[in-house]
Design a binder for this molecule. Structure first.
Ligand code: HEC
Length: 189
């Protein structure tokens, strides 16, 4: 039981690649001796939101407002990083991933506090390893006074949940959690 749990926890923490959970569990088990997870780790796995990995086959091309945002967000590597991410950080909210977030020039006045101006965009990379390639991108864009949320694959297709694109102002998972952020729904400083 202890061993099975450790292997399972490892598989979940690694997130599920296109190959599926079983492959991940087996790869995890082969790669390193199983360690006993602490209770805190097990609880964290149980509470982690849906896998940060975004299987490409479930993603759809961006359309409408999402396409406009994607178009502007694509060159995020030329933007500034929030000071907190000079080194990639193990995420507190985006289950088991390392994150780095960038903001566009329109957002700059709000990074130290206050409300984000119209056309602000924040792009966050979710990675399995601190310096690895992103497995998904999460984006917030200020549009007509409120945040538009989207989740994309690294090549900017829109991720889906239950067949629906994860994009819009009312994505309840994003809104629910980010509602707890102290200022204008943004956690990063
Ligand atoms: C369980 C809570 C939770 C959920 C759900 C969540 N986030 Fe986050 N998000 C966070 C936290 C905490 C941070 C700060 C960095 C970190 O620790 O990951 C963050 C950071 C971000 C950032 C960088 C700006 C900031 O606020 O720090 C973006 C962009 C982002 N999330 C987008 C999204 C999108 C889009 C969704 C929905 C698809 C989403 N998030 C769902 C908790 C969450």
């Amino acid at each position: 039981m202890g061993l099975a749990l450790a292997v399972l926890a490892r598989g979940l923490l690694l997130a599920v690649p296109a190959g599926g959970l079983l492959d991940t569990v087996l790869a995890g088990a082969g790669a390193a001796p199983a360690e006993e997870p602490t209770r805190a780790q097990v609880v964290r796995v149980a509470e982690a939101p849906a896998s940060p990995a975004t299987p490409a086959q479930n993603a759809v091309p961006a359309t409408g407002e999402a396409a406009q945002i994607v178009d502007r967000a694509k060159d995020y590597h030329s933007w500034s990083r929030f000071p907190a991410y000079q080194k990639p950080k193990l995420s507190k909210g985006h289950g088991g991933t390392y994150v780095v977030a960038w903001y566009n020039p329109a957002a700059a006045p709000a990074v130290k506090g206050g409300n984000y101006p119209e056309d602000s965009i924040i792009v966050k990379e979710n990675r399995r390893a601190p310096d690895g390639a992103p497995v998904s991108l999460t984006v917030m864009a200020k549009r007509s006074g409120s945040w538009y949320w989207l989740k994309a694959t690294p090549d900017w297709k829109i991720a889906t949940a239950d067949g629906k694109p994860i994009a819009g102002k009312e994505v309840s998972s994003c809104v629910g959690c980010h509602g707890m952020a102290p200022g204008d729904m943004v956690f990063s400083k």
